[in-house]
Design a protein around this ligand. Sequence first.
Ligand SMILES: Cc1cc2nc3c(=O)[nH]c(=O)nc-3n(C[C@H](O)[C@H](O)[C@H](O)COP(=O)(O)O)c2cc1C
Length: 155
Amino acid sequence: MKIGIIFYSHTNNTAFVARKLQEKLDQAGHQTRLEQITIKGKTPAQPGRFELDHVPAVGGYDAVIFGSPVQAFSLNPVMKEYLEQLPPMTGSIVACFVTKQLPVKWSGGTQATSMMKSICESKGTVVRGVEIIFWSKGKREQSITRGVENLSSLF
Ligand SMILES: Cc1cc2nc3c(=O)[nH]c(=O)nc-3n(C[C@H](O)[C@H](O)[C@H](O)COP(=O)(O)O)c2cc1C
């Protein structure tokens, strides 16, 4: 499949996972392309205080994977704005992941992935799966490996 991996990353954790995912999907015989969303404005981005700069297109892929950090117990506002401005993607196959620091429930992972899923579905996509990847020491390696495996097994 032709798979686009479209992500936003402030401190490069999500970018790291996106590259690992690309390696895994390429090894499985897919054709992948990494695209990073960029902004104009101060970081960490605050709602209403940035402009999207590089806005990757979602056309031309068989499937798209969106990746984002968690911010303030929710979806990073850059990914939220990016997803909201996308055109209808009726029937497109999608998966989503987030990276986050805190290894506990109720600290934004489910909230962020639910929001990504809901916005994607409002565009007409079929969301095959979502993953939450924990960055805390001790959990990081295992969480990245498991998240990348789970995501790649969707395609
Ligand atoms: C302003 C800010 C708010 C954050 N809020 C949360 C949070 O609510 N829950 C959490 O688990 N991690 C939180 N984090 C940690 C990031 O989600 C985590 O470091 C993530 O992997 C960063 O991804 P990136 O390097 O791709 O930007 C926050 C980080 C920043 C800078």
